[in-house]
Design a protein around this ligand. Structure first.
Ligand code: NDP
Length: 306
């Protein structure tokens, strides 16, 4: 039986691991499908304290991982598919078939990119439709791309894509961005960037092999137009990774785990940290902070069980 299992190796899970390992709990981390979490898919992180010149997302994760390892954290690349509550402790079934038991659990499974959910998007996934500019941007050298969304991710992805694409057009369903002022300023200052307001993508167009454009609808007038492009980048937010916990842990209508201000879920001994329980801030630093809190509370809870 493990003392503590941490689901997720994003910044929340890794911070929890640093604290749990330093409390001599020898935590076991299960990576999930996106080892390292969302920061591994981003470029420069400019708002994490301690890095005045910024730090690359993957580098930050690598540093946290080394720090967690230094104090005795253990890592397993696998995915939790089932959670059960036992008489004493909890059971987890992993995708590999392995079953593990633990006295306490920190769920830091994060959130994954949201998709539009239209059939043509499915058809061209990986053939011009993607959710990761950092991963796929270089394939669009000299091409024209669109980015869907109006938040900081849409700004960040657009600016990154200007390194490769000749034209980056943001398609946004409203007539203003919700992105931070500084990101908007950078976006509007870049001559390669432009925006089409009040528009939604109704269909991704292609030649059967790759994307050739999109069909757009003006949400105010209902008018349909076609726009030529080579790539479609989605930046429309994220969905918490909690499907395997449905019916077991309390969550809100959007699937975010419900945790109190001390990271406790509705089941004693199960804690939640990071984006999986954060409807509001979704920042690297808040995820790290909640990982710290969850580990300290788990340590206290385990001590109380002895
Ligand atoms: P957000 O939830 O902030 O924004 C999502 C955007 O997508 C919104 O503009 C939303 O429109 C739009 N959207 C949602 N669903 C759809 C849909 N089905 N069709 C069309 N458009 C849709 O997500 P982000 O990923 O941008 O940001 C998440 C968090 O991470 C934020 O707190 C952000 O500040 C932070 N972040 C910070 C960065 C930085 O500081 N450098 C970089 C990236 C993210 P609407 O506005 O109409 O709701």
């Amino acid at each position: 039986m493990e003392n503590i299992i941490i689901l997720g190796t994003g910044i929340a899970g890794l911070t929890a691991a640093i604290y749990a390992a330093r409390a001599n709990l020898s935590p076991l981390l299960i990576s999930g499908p996106e080892d390292g979490g969302q920061l591994t898919l981003t470029t420069e992180v400019e708002n994490f304290p301690g890095f005045p010149q910024g730090v690359l997302g993957p580098e930050l994760i690598d540093l946290c991982k080394k720090q967690a390892e230094r104090f005795g954290s253990r890592f397993k690349v696998d995915i939790a598919t089932e959670f059960t509550q036992m008489n004493s402790g909890f059971g987890l079934t992993l995708m590999s078939g392995e079953k593990i038991q633990t006295k306490s659990l920190i769920v830091a499974t994060g959130a994954s990119a949201r998709w539009l959910g239209i059939p043509s998007e499915e058809k061209y996934k990986g053939r011009g439709v993607t959710t990761c500019a950092t991963c796929d941007g270089a394939l669009y050298k000299g091409k024209e791309v669109i980015v869907i969304g109006g938040g900081d991710s849409a700004m960040e992805e657009s600016l990154f894509l200007t390194k490769f694409a000749i034209k980056v057009m943001v398609i946004h369903r409203k007539d203003s961005f919700r992105a931070s002022k500084i990101m908007q300023e950078r976006f509007f200052k870049n001559p390669k960037c432009s925006v089409m307001w009040d528009s939604v993508v109704e269909e991704v167009l292609g030649d059967g092999k790759k994307v050739t454009g999109v069909k757009l609808k003006d949400v105010k007038t209902g008018k349909m137009t076609e726009l030529r492009c080579d790539g479609v980048f989605l930046a429309i937010g994220h969905i918490p990774n909690t499907s395997f916990l449905k019916g077991k842990l309390e969550m809100d209508e959007n699937g975010y785990l419900k945790a109190d201000s001390y990271s406790h879920t509705n089941i004693p001994g199960v804690f939640a940290a990071g984006d999986v329980q954060d409807r509001r801030f979704k920042q690297a630093i808040t995820a790290a902070g909640s990982g710290c809190m969850a580990a300290m509370e788990a340590e206290k809870w385990l001590a109380g069980q002895e």
